[in-house]
Design a protein around this ligand. Sequence first.
Ligand SMILES: Nc1ncnc2c1ncn2[C@@H]1O[C@H](COP(=O)(O)OP(=O)(O)OP(=O)(O)O)[C@@H](O)[C@H]1O
Ligand SMILES: [Mg+2]
Length: 236
Amino acid sequence: MLEVRELVKEYRPVAGESVRAVDEVSLSVGAGELVALYGPSGSGKTTLLELIAGVQRPDQGAVLVDGQEVAALDQRGLDRYRLFTLGIVPQSLRLVDGPTALDLAALRLTEQGLSWKAAHQRAMPLLERLGLRARADHQAGELSKGERQRVAIAMALSTQPRLVLADEPTGNLDTRRGQDVLSLLAEYSAEQGASLLLVTHDPQATHYAHRTLALHDGRLDASKAAPADPVPGPAS
Ligand SMILES: Nc1ncnc2c1ncn2[C@@H]1O[C@H](COP(=O)(O)OP(=O)(O)OP(=O)(O)O)[C@@H](O)[C@H]1O
Ligand SMILES: [Mg+2]
């Protein structure tokens, strides 16, 4: 489903040396597969996700989603790719005040053309599954960091995307909530046959992943790509 081929991205700051944030990375994530990507801060994880999402263009290499090269899409194609194929859980969520948690969870469904009412009806069970039932009518500004992160997950999954890119989705959550979110993501990819690439520092994540990859200074570390339990589920 997702295939990343020898991807290279260099940042050239105004002052100082250029940084090879992503350095010849190749990986693939199949349908129904959950792949965890570990790496220390600054190792290029967010840059890699942004290249896959088409937010940034690679200097070399290619991102293929169902055989379609992302960098070859025009703006309209990119918009459709992001709205219909992708679900993105960003590392930090900038939420504007005004809309409620439920409005936000329903937002992308309305962008897809669903009525406000139908979108809200579809988004509510997802919020409930994320433990946000009591927060559905609260404005984003009234939510804790962890609650906002769960709203971001609801936004990403609401449209039933075939490819989910999650950047530290458990970063602001305690162990218990982190486990809930990881098992929800694992269930989601298994149920929907969706490909899930999970960027994380959370050691719990490996128990939910089919495979775990490690990124260091923009390069995949083959020796750390240990096969994990083939059946995702919490560790005992
Ligand atoms: N816009 C930018 N301009 C210049 N350098 C950048 C830019 N964005 C990221 N970098 C550099 O590229 C490297 C990779 O950054 P990236 O944000 O992808 O890392 P990360 O693994 O997501 O880190 P973290 O775990 O802290 O989120 C870092 O050295 C960073 O300083
Ligand atoms: Mg990052």
